[in-house]
Ligand binder design. Structure first.
Ligand SMILES: Nc1ncnc2c1ncn2[C@@H]1O[C@H](COP(=O)(O)OP(=O)(O)OP(=O)(O)O)[C@@H](O)[C@H]1O
Length: 313
């Protein structure tokens, strides 16, 4: 969904790309405005990385238009590159360089040198919690530490567009939270962010827009809105589970028991949000003390599964 009156920082219009006779991205469309965080969600092999590589100017589209910060990514890749920060799904490291030296080398690539480079690198080390590891060789970092270095590298030239391919992969919960906060801060400062991840719960907390990708086709605003509107599986918890069971039985609502770390709960299948609201009202009227009534899996995950289901029908 594209929102906002500003012109988009990322614009993809009718973009296609084939490898040999296989078309991997089919007339894809999306836009991301300044300050917006858009999730790009698709199953394995749906074309996310291929699309990201084209946005990063590392792969040419066969047709269509890509604009990054207003610059045509095909006609003027140099200008587009100066605007964007790219975090690939796997960090290629220069084995012999330390974390600090890596960042200084990337500064040099962007024409930042001397005192300015030193200051920028120290700020990035602090921002990505890498100061304690600054003297360590990059190839000895853990997966999560490499992810932090990869983000720091992408941010060297203060880009207004960030392309992040699986940035949370390999991060522990604390590091994920820190990364989420860092990205929220950048978004509040006006950075446009396009992010792929298979961790949909994580994306749901971060993104304010989503584009689904299936076999190289992007979703339309309408299909996303429709998929997001229909939560079908709801989890219900009550102070007294027996009272809940009795009330659900009286309402002829079939349930699936679910054991959770946080206690026993029930999952019900409903057709739409109105039905969910009506069931909640009926349970409360029947005197059940409800302590949770929520989508059984994340809304984004449900919407994604629904989008895929509809696409295969
Ligand atoms: N250089 C290439 N040559 C031939 N086929 C390719 C090439 N790069 C990607 N593909 C194919 O394009 C399709 C999409 O790949 P891509 O890496 O973009 O998917 P993805 O959505 O990022 O997948 P994942 O979630 O597994 O990372 C796959 O079928 C892949 O095999």
């Amino acid at each position: 969904m594209s929102t906002g009156a500003s012109s988009p920082s990322i614009l993809v219009s009718g973009v296609s790309r084939s490898f040999g006779s296989t078309t991997v991205v089919h007339e894809a469309n999306l836009s991301v405005h300044p300050g917006q965080i858009t999730a790009l969600v698709g199953p394995n092999g749906s074309g996310k990385t291929t699309l990201m590589l084209m946005l990063a100017t590392l792969l040419k589209p066969d047709s269509g238009e890509i604009r990054i910060g207003g610059h045509d990514a095909v006609q003027n890749p140099r200008a587009a590159r100066a605007t964007l920060g790219w975090m690939p799904d796997a960090l290629g490291v220069w084995d012999s360089l330390t974390v600090r030296e890596t960042l200084i080398a990337v500064c040099a690539m962007y024409g930042i040198s001397g005192l300015a480079a030193g200051e920028r690198v120290e700020a990035l080390l602090t921002e990505t919690a890498l100061t304690a590891l600054a003297g360590q060789r990059s190839h000895t970092l853990s997966r999560g530490q490499k992810q932090r270095l990869s983000l720091a590298r992408a941010l060297v030239h203060k880009p207004s567009v960030l392309l992040l391919d699986e940035p949370a992969s390999g991060l522990d919960p604390e590091a994920r939270l820190a990364q989420r906060q860092a990205l929220e801060k950048l978004s509040n400062e006006g950075t446009a962010i396009l992010i792929t991840s298979h961790v949909l719960d994580e994306l749901e907390q971060l993104a304010n827009d989503v584009v689904f990708l299936r076999e190289g086709h992007t979703s339309t605003d309408e299909t996303v809105a429709d998929a997001m509107r229909h939560n079908t599986r709801w989890r219900i918890r009550a102070i007294d589970i027996t009272t809940l069971d009795e009330a659900l039985a009286a309402l002829h609502t079939p349930v699936t028991p679910q054991a959770l770390l946080s206690g026993e709960s029930r999952v019900v299948e409903l057709t739409n949000n109105a039905e969910a609201a009506e069931l909640l009202r009926s349970l409360v009227t029947a005197g059940v003390q409800i302590i949770e009534f929520s989508p059984a899996t994340g809304s984004l995950e449900q919407a994604f599964l629904r989008f895929n289901q509809e696409a295969t029908q």
